[in-house]
Design a protein around this ligand. Structure first.
Ligand SMILES: NC(=O)c1ccc[n+]([C@@H]2O[C@H](COP(=O)([O-])OP(=O)(O)OC[C@H]3O[C@@H](n4cnc5c(N)ncnc54)[C@H](OP(=O)(O)O)[C@@H]3O)[C@@H](O)[C@H]2O)c1
Length: 330
């Protein structure tokens, strides 16, 4: 099969190779001896793949390896008792191996793809939407009527958080770095959009009558202190990622003074190896799709062989929504 491998850690320009390799066996490391084989139509591209080309991601597989954590396609074979079977359209989280014509995923991370979503949207469903639900609900304890500030709101995680928060009955404020990204956030359902500037925190406080209940932060960096200052009493900042580059430090007296919290949300660390929680989150997201709240925003699309260009879009802060590789014709 055709696939893209990461062969060294020299960065997105030089670390990728197109290769012809044997198809995977129907066995996944999380479910040894069992796995759903998927004929891949679309593969999702995310921040970790950029980091993996530099050896800068926490998961460091032995080189060379096929990156790509999630795909959408049709099932070729599934273990007995799996919720999907041969020929079904699915979205699947394979963790690695997605930039290829065939991928293998655990049955509990493979979900039927509703007709309302095409394969490209399916390739943007699991990582971002399960993370959004996990961060907002499981970790952030969001309730209907609360207000959420979303950093990086036009990105993959950001657009997913906007839609899931709406489905949960919250109102949303999107923080973005450009007008064009503001439009993407609005289209994804943001109630308000604030542009990144020296005064964003004051604008957010004004729009939220004094402070938000939850800040959802995939960006980190030097805006973190202002995130804490944007909270109302009992407010929470949920830490999801660090696309801004630096890992913020918290002066904990701020938490005491404001009666606020900083909460970590590591979706993979929590859910991998736990079938039940994945099925619960999958069912909640399926309902949000059926109710029309969840429609993954697909940004730039590239053919598999142009994976380098896909990584550049993310690395250069140009990406909006989910970046997708088209692996075979629709
Ligand atoms: N905790 C978890 O379980 C979990 C799960 C999935 C993903 N993540 C992490 O969440 C983060 C976001 O992922 P994503 O797929 O949403 O990425 P993305 O689509 O590229 O969006 C990230 C956003 O970060 C902002 N940003 C600020 N500084 C940036 C910079 N120097 N370079 C690039 N972007 C910058 C950009 O928004 P503006 O330009 O508007 O500022 C961009 O839209 C990543 O760190 C990823 O690893 C964590």
């Amino acid at each position: 099969m055709r696939a893209i491998e990461i062969v060294d850690e020299t960065g997105p320009d030089t670390a990728l190779r197109e290769v012809d390799v044997p198809e995977p066996e129907p066995s996944h490391p999380l479910t040894p001896g069992e796995g759903v084989l998927v004929d891949v139509h679309a593969a999702g591209v995310s921040f970790p793949e950029v980091l993996q080309t530099r050896g800068a991601y926490q998961v460091k597989p032995e080189l060379p390896f096929i990156p790509g954590s999630e795909v959408a396609g049709t099932v070729r074979s599934a273990p007995a008792g799996a919720p999907v079977g041969a020929g079904d359209r699915v979205a699947a989280f394979c963790a690695l191996g997605g930039f290829a014509e065939v991928a293998v995923a655990p049955e509990y991370l493979t979900f039927a793809l509703p007709d309302a979503l095409d394969f490209a949207q399916g390739a943007g469903l699991i990582l971002n939407y399960h993370t959004a639900y996990f961060s907002l609900v499981t970790r952030g304890r969001l309730t209907a009527g609360e207000t959420v500030l979303v950093h990086g709101a036009a990105g993959g995680v950001g657009t997913a958080v906007l839609q899931v928060a709406k489905a949960l009955g919250a109102s949303t404020i999107a923080l973005v770095s450009s007008d064009a990204k503001g439009e993407v956030a609005k289209d994804a359902g943001a109630d308000r959009v604030v542009l990144l500037s020296d005064t964003w925190k004051d604008e957010v406080k004004e729009l939220s009558d004094g402070g938000v209940d939850l800040v959802l932060d995939p960006v980190g960096g030097d805006r973190f202190t202002d995130s804490l200052r944007s909270l109302r009493p009992n407010g929470r900042v949920v830490v999801v990622g660090f696309t801004g580059g630096s890992i913020p430090e918290v002066r904990v007296n701020r938490l005491l003074l404001g009666n606020t919290e900083v909460i970590g949300a590591g979706w993979g660390a929590y859910v991998l190896g736990r079938p039940e929680i994945n099925r619960e989150i999958g069912a909640a997201i399926a309902q949000m799709i059926a109710d029309g709240f969840v429609r993954p925003v697909v940004g730039e699309r590239f053919p598999l062989e142009r994976a380098v260009a896909a990584l550049h879009a993310i690395d250069e802060r140009r990406a909006t929504g989910k970046v997708v590789l088209d692996v075979r014709p629709a």
